[in-house]
Design a protein around this ligand. Sequence first.
Ligand SMILES: CC(C)(COP(=O)(O)OP(=O)(O)OC[C@H]1O[C@@H](n2cnc3c(N)ncnc32)[C@H](O)[C@@H]1OP(=O)(O)O)[C@@H](O)C(=O)NCCC(=O)NCCS
Length: 179
Amino acid sequence: MSVAETIETPRLNLRPHTDGDADDIYAYASDPEWGKFLPVPEPYLQEHAVEHVEKILSRDREQHPTRAVCIGPQVVGDVNMRFFADHRIAEIGYGLSRSYWGRGIMVEAVNAIISSAFDCYTQLVRVRARANAENLGSRRVMEKLGMSLEGQLRQDSFECGELHDEVVYGLLRNEWHGI
Ligand SMILES: CC(C)(COP(=O)(O)OP(=O)(O)OC[C@H]1O[C@@H](n2cnc3c(N)ncnc32)[C@H](O)[C@@H]1OP(=O)(O)O)[C@@H](O)C(=O)NCCC(=O)NCCS
């Protein structure tokens, strides 16, 4: 069984991307503050948004599904999930337009996606995520989802010409209770 392609939450529609989403993505991803902790080009051009959508559409969705986070018709972010070890391990990543930060949107989105993955893949045991140690907003999202800080990899990521510590968070199935 595959995870449902489209997931509805009280405020959001989480759905596969389409070619037409590049404009909305460009609108938020060209904000340098949005990309501060992400390995994205700077400056972020329209063509980067087009390439991003093409890359998502070219992937095997069973192994590496990414969903657009939509409020009404507008794409305001995305959540990416990648499976390893025959769907026993999942890794998540996410980003949201700065206009919507601080309203619990990403916790709502990731919560629904983790929940759906645990329901669909009975063999799924572990969900993990990484972030730049200084990305306090992202760390807070993981903590609010009940993920545990498992380690800090010192000077392990290279962003904006500098090395940074990276934190690893994890959650096991028997710890999952959702929000
Ligand atoms: C990280 C990100 C996804 C958070 O999305 P969001 O919808 O604002 O997250 P939520 O509102 O669900 O939760 C954010 C929590 O972090 C807190 N937070 C945000 N920025 C913070 C900061 N600089 N310091 C401390 N806490 C912070 C918020 O107060 C909130 O916690 P609270 O509800 O207890 O008050 C969003 O800021 C983003 O897309 N950033 C750019 C891309 C990015 O960094 N992605 C993650 C890569 S690992």
